[in-house]
Design a protein around this ligand. Structure first.
Ligand SMILES: *[C@@H]1O[C@H](CO)[C@@H](O)[C@H](O)[C@H]1NC(C)=O
Ligand SMILES: *[C@@H]1O[C@H](CO)[C@@H](O)[C@H](O)[C@H]1NC(C)=O
Length: 829
């Protein structure tokens, strides 16, 4: 066509592309406006069709944007009122973007479909808009770890479906609002299980009206405020309570004796207040694990006799209470007891640990008492501290209990502002070879991983709840001590050895959740209650400082909902540890093998396949630089509480592009059964090797068989049995019986076809992961599922997975106790 036509055609073309775009025009305009005010939005936010073009972090249902999930991506800027135009938005998660600041727009109240508002650990400020109280569907409200000021808007009491309220760690002040006939208040939140209101400046009394027996509250966290007055009697009526933190306030008076009715309480913190009167008798709290009564003015003289009968106790803290007389020997026989701190009392006589003391014991701290003798082991498995007791005052006593243990740090009740101690003196080990061995996945349950090796850890799913801990600047990588500079980290934080020791109860066996050639993986619990997974390299598996630095830099750049995220690392005391999010449902392998009791029907398998494919596609195509995983297999696909798949273990990952383009020549690594034969023969590694392993994974999902079982290779078995002219491709014999029964297996043929193209002999014939993703999405649609219906289908999935506990969508929560673990979406009761 002639040049003269161009001026006419151009606008036409543009118009066509706008008309052809699938995304709702208003939603597109709103995203464009946000993109305009934000820095560092995802690089694929280009073009005019966010829904069809799968903009990173954007999920649509039909043409409407229903979810914005951009946690930990370094977003900067303000959250403008443009957000309010996304009238179908259900999920808004912008957590862990310290560069997001300013007030929340009043218009946020227009988002009538919003179920999840998660803005954890950003820099938002100003008052919480009272329009938040007009979000009728809200289930999760997590505004913790920001700089919000002002009062709690009483309108929050209107949120009748709210499950999770987290306002902790802000600058909020004023009273805790309760309803008064005109205005609502927190007492109206009868379906809320979590009140996380600690670390603010709330003042005034805790209203008696706040609590009632109609509540379903399990976590009441009011610690670190300026609350005064008595603990209301009504608290004793909330039978569902599991964790009660009232510590670090100015509460006074007598603790109501009816707290003894709260039979489910596992943690009770009353420390650092001005309580008087008798200590409550809490004999009936059968589940009590942690009791902290320290630093109050209770009217007690001798050691309370009910405590040694409280069989579940793990931690007992009673510092500064003026206790007199002996410490009962029975206390130490409590079977789970780990930590006893009784500092600054007047306990006297002999400290007798007895013969049948708990084998869990870690510390008995009686610093500053009147103990004259000690009967118990010295230099044993636990520390005893009797510094500043008469027994240590006599000349010539040089027993170990008269000195502080070398790791003397933070056993005491933590200070008000729990600022983690940075690794202050990092010594880099002498560089030697990077000894990553072929890996076995981590969540292979403890004891079952006899085979060699392991790569990196796995983590667990904590949504966007990385908390303030992660933003502590990376200040202390002491570059004067080595030529290795400070790692350039995005969102990952430096942990000290002491901290991790504390979070894992001294790396206790009970927290050991996996092991292998690299070392061990431990579960840890942060002070906030958040679970983490810690991969600890054992001696002999340490990398050189440079390799370790490279690894954490790589991992810290990876942020995707289907990839396990790195929260931090520790390079301290000659140790190398990586800290990951904790993924609660373990590995796909465990579930396929029946270990977890979660039943995977066809729909769930498709959803897991899609999540894993998306994670891998992200590593190949969107991560910067791109990453080849090199060890895709079912032990490295972890499942979160909503059965979202997360790709774990980059122990063997190779950066693409740091060697010559196109392929990377390297020593062959991987796991037998999943290994790409072409890579094995040529030693040329490309992302198509991961595609091969992914194909094997798809076959595993279909058959629940190991890739190599009794000498039979799954790829060959399926090829041989397959007959496309027959029902279910003639594979009924080979399929996992769990999916054959009771399901129509819509799209199974296409799924098998896809798996078989992934395991083509020649890498060039295998599809790239982005095509794999599209094909799985197609199959899901054939099966009547919406591949982007993240929230709805996942909550249903999760509830089904916990049928034994149908009225509690977070049935595993008691195991998980998580201070700031925001559920993504649950169905309101
Ligand atoms: C504590 O209460 C229980 C009953 O709840 C009672 O049997 C016990 O004697 C009380 N102990 C003390 C020391 O008051
Ligand atoms: C311990 O202290 C109590 C009360 O102060 C006193 O009656 C008792 O005799 C003391 N016991 C020993 C062994 O010193």
């Amino acid at each position: 066509m002639g040049c003269s036509l161009l001026p006419f055609l151009l606008p036409l073309l543009i118009q066509i592309s706008v008309v052809a775009a699938f995304t709702n025009a208003g939603d597109y305009a709103a995203l464009l406006a946000l993109k305009d005010v934000w820095e560092n939005e995802p690089p694929n936010w280009v073009g005019s069709d966010p829904c069809s073009d799968s903009w990173e972090g954007i999920t649509c249902t039909d043409s409407r944007v229903t979810s914005i999930s951009l946690a930990s991506v370094n977003l900067e800027g303000e959250l403008t009122a443009d957000i309010a135009s996304l009238s179908e938005l259900q999920i808004l998660d912008l957590s862990n973007n310290k560069g997001l600041y300013g007030p929340l727009p009043q218009k946020i109240g227009n988002l009538k479909q919003l179920t999840n508002l998660q803005l954890i650990s950003c820099s938002f400020s100003g008052p919480i808009p009272d329009t938040i109280g007009s979000l009728p569907m809200l289930v999760t409200l997590s505004l913790n770890s920001n700089s919000f000021t002002g009062r709690i808007p009483p309108s929050i009491g209107n949120l009748s479906t709210l499950f999770w309220l987290d306002l902790a760690d802000n600058q909020l002040e004023g009273p805790l609002p309760v309803s008064d006939g005109t205005n609502p208040g927190l007492d109206k939140l009868l379906h809320t299980k979590h009140f996380h209101l600690g670390q603010n400046k709330f003042s005034g009394p805790i209203p008696d009206q706040l609590f009632s027996s109609n509540m379903v509250l399990i976590h009441l966290l009011l610690d670190g405020n300026q609350l005064t007055g008595n603990v209301p009697e009504s608290l004793g009526h909330v039978q569902s309570l599991e964790v009660v933190r009232l510590d670090r306030n100015s509460l006074n008076g007598t603790v109501p004796s009816n707290l003894n009715n709260l039979a489910s309480v596992r943690e009770l913190y009353l420390s650092n207040n001005e309580f008087t009167g008798p200590l409550p008798n809490l004999t009936s709290l059968d589940a009590l694990l942690t009791l902290d009564l320290s630093n109050n003015s209770f009217d007690v003289s001798t050691f309370p006799s009910w405590i040694p009968q409280s069989q579940a106790l793990v931690t007992v803290r009673m510092e500064g209470l003026k206790l007199e007389g002996p410490v009962p020997v029975m206390l130490f026989a409590l079977p789970n007891l780990q930590t006893v701190t009784l500092k600054r009392n007047k306990l006297n006589g002999t400290l007798d640990v007895g013969n049948s003391f708990s084998n869990q014991l870690e510390l008995i701290d009686l610093e500053d008492n009147s103990i004259t003798d000690y009967n118990g082991p010295t230099g044993g498995n636990f520390d005893v501290i009797l510094v500043n007791n008469p027994i240590c005052g006599e000349t010539g006593i040089s027993e170990s209990y008269c000195k502080f243990p070398t790791s003397d740090a933070p056993y005491s009740t933590p200070p008000v502002n729990c600022i983690p101690i940075p690794c202050s003196d990092i010594r880099l080990p002498a560089p030697h070879a990077n000894v990553h061995s072929p890996s076995q996945g981590f969540y292979s349950s403890k004891g079952s991983s006899k085979s060699p090796g392991i790569g990196i850890i796995i983590g667990a799913a904590v949504g966007g709840s990385l908390l303030l801990l992660l933003v502590i600047p990376f200040a202390k990588w002491n570059s004067t001590k080595s030529s290795v500079g400070v790692p350039q980290l995005k969102g990952a934080r430096n942990f000290s050895f002491e901290e991790l020791k504390k979070y894992t109860k001294n790396f206790s066996d009970s927290n050991d959740i996996g092991s292998g050639g690299y070392g061990k993986v431990y579960r840890g619990i942060l002070q906030t209650g958040e679970l983490i997974a810690i991969k600890r390299a054992q001696q002999g598996s340490l990398q050189g400082g440079l390799e370790f630095k490279t690894e954490i830099e790589l991992l810290s750049r990876v942020h995707h909902r289907n990839v396990v995220s790195l929260l931090g690392f520790c390079f301290d005391r000659g140790e190398q540890m990586l800290i990951y999010e904790f993924v609660p449902n373990g590995s796909l392998k465990d579930t396929l093998s029946g270990k977890t009791g979660i039943v995977l029907d066809w729909g769930r398998r498709l959803k897991i396949a899609l999540g894993a494919a998306r994670g891998l596609a992200y590593l190949h195509e969107l991560a910067n630089p791109p990453i080849i995983h090199r060890d895709i297999k079912s032990t490295n696909i972890l499942l979160d509480e909503r059965l979202n798949a997360k790709v774990a273990d980059f122990g063997l990952s190779k950066l693409l592009g740091d060697v010559e383009k196109g392929h990377v020549t390297t020593q062959v690594k991987g796991t037998m059964g999943y290994l790409d034969p072409e890579y094995y023969m040529t030693q040329q590694l490309t992302e198509k090797s991961d595609v091969y392993s992914f194909g094997v994974l798809l076959l595993e999902l279909l058959t629940a068989r190991n890739p190599i079982e009794r000498g039979k290779y799954i790829v060959r078995e399926v090829k041989m049995a397959m007959d496309k002219t027959k029902n279910l491709y003639n594979l009924t014999e080979i399929l996992d019986p769990a999916i054959v029964s009771g399901s129509t297996l819509k799209g199974l043929d296409k799924f098998v076809d896809l798996a078989m193209t992934c395991v083509e002999e020649s890498g060039a014939a295998r599809p790239p992961m982005s095509e794999v993703v599209k094909e799985i999405e197609n199959i899901m649609q054939l099966a009547g599922m919406n591949p982007n219906a993240e929230s709805a289908s996942s909550s249903a999935t999760y509830e089904d997975a916990n049928k034994e506990n149908p009225d509690h969508p977070y049935g595993k929560e008691s195991f998980q106790y998580s201070g700031t673990f925001p559920p993504s979406k649950i169905e309101p009761h």
